[in-house]
Design a protein around this ligand. Structure first.
Ligand code: CO
Length: 303
């Protein structure tokens, strides 16, 4: 099948993933699309979780009590409800609806992440883990926190895009200087709309469809595959992504892309390093209490 159109090659769908329910942290129910594995099939991405809370409002508080990270970036994006966080650098804050926190753990961070219901009673949000290249795994930790109002929104022809990282229609997202050169966008299509975006050849592209239904991986002669929420899509290589909606349904999805590092990885829980030796070293530092220089009193108490 020819997919060439002028100079453009459209990305078709390579795989449709059914997210699996898993329990993490202190009883947090999640829809997990994929997690860290030595096969590194989603390079440069490591994990994608969707908070899917269904506990009663009065239930015991659940969340992610103090835990370490090394060698990765965690990206938290909330739709509903919020996540209270605090960390070993002394940061504390609230990630609210429409906000994003792009945390680069580098050599190490200890943090606590506690999702809370918003006024509607819902908690809805995502966490993406992005790998770091070997040369940056032991870099100093860093946060980029962006509030909802600081995320640019492009709305035209039935297409609404919140641009967190990368560029759409000439509008650049506020998260920058990330090793994976990521694209991270929240895309909403009204019925009968067309979305198209150039993505560099060789970059890895995925979409998490969480509302409605759309035809993903369309080209000039084919509609693509009709995919309803809730699914993770992996695209084939190419230099353009196209998504269409029909008369009946809108759709909303997170679109993510990044440049693969093509390095071996060795994941272990909240750490992702390149070799087993580096994990052994990390665990030795945790045991010796030297993983982070100091732990604020408030965080130490939380353990
Ligand atoms: Co964490």
């Amino acid at each position: 099948m020819r997919t060439q159109s002028a100079e453009k090659t459209f990305r078709h769908i390579q795989e449709i993933i059914e997210p699996q329910m898993v329990v993490e942290g202190a009883g947090v129910l999640l829809r997990r699309s994929f997690g860290p594995h030595t096969s590194n099939l989603f390079d440069p991405f490591l994990l994608f979780d969707h908070f899917a809370f269904n506990k009663p409002r009065e239930g015991a508080p659940v969340g992610f009590p103090t835990h370490p990270h090394r060698g990765i970036e965690t990206v938290t994006y909330m739709l509903d409800g919020n996540v209270r966080h605090r960390d070993s650098l002394g940061n504390t804050g609230l990630i609210g609806p429409g906000d994003v926190q792009w945390m680069t753990s580098g050599r190490g961070i200890l943090h606590e992440e506690m999702p809370r219901r918003g006024p509607t009673g819902a908690i809805n949000g995502f966490q993406l883990w992005v790998n770091l290249p070997a040369a940056q795994k032991m870099s100093p930790p860093r946060y980029q926190e962006v509030t909802s109002s600081a995320i640019p929104v492009v709305a035209q022809n039935g297409v609404t895009v919140r641009v967190v990282a990368g560029a759409y229609a000439g509008v650049q997202g506020p998260v920058t200087e990330i090793a994976a050169q990521p694209l991270y966008m929240d895309v909403t299509l009204a019925p009968d709309s067309n979305f198209e975006l150039a993505t560099p050849q060789g970059h890895f592209v995925i979409a998490y469809v969480f509302q409605g239904e759309g035809a993903f991986g369309a080209d000039d002669t084919h509609d693509g595959e009709w995919v309803p929420a809730v699914h993770m899509l992996v695209f084939q290589d190419g230099d353009c992504v196209r998504v269409k909606t029909g008369h009946e349904s809108p759709t909303r999805f997170m679109l993510m892309a990044g440049a693969p590092f093509r390095e071996p990885i060795f994941p272990y829980g909240p750490f992702v390093m390149n070799t087993r030796e580096e994990i052994v070293q990390t665990l030795a530092e945790i045991r010796a209490g030297t993983f982070v220089p100091s732990v604020p009193e408030s965080l130490a108490r939380a353990e």
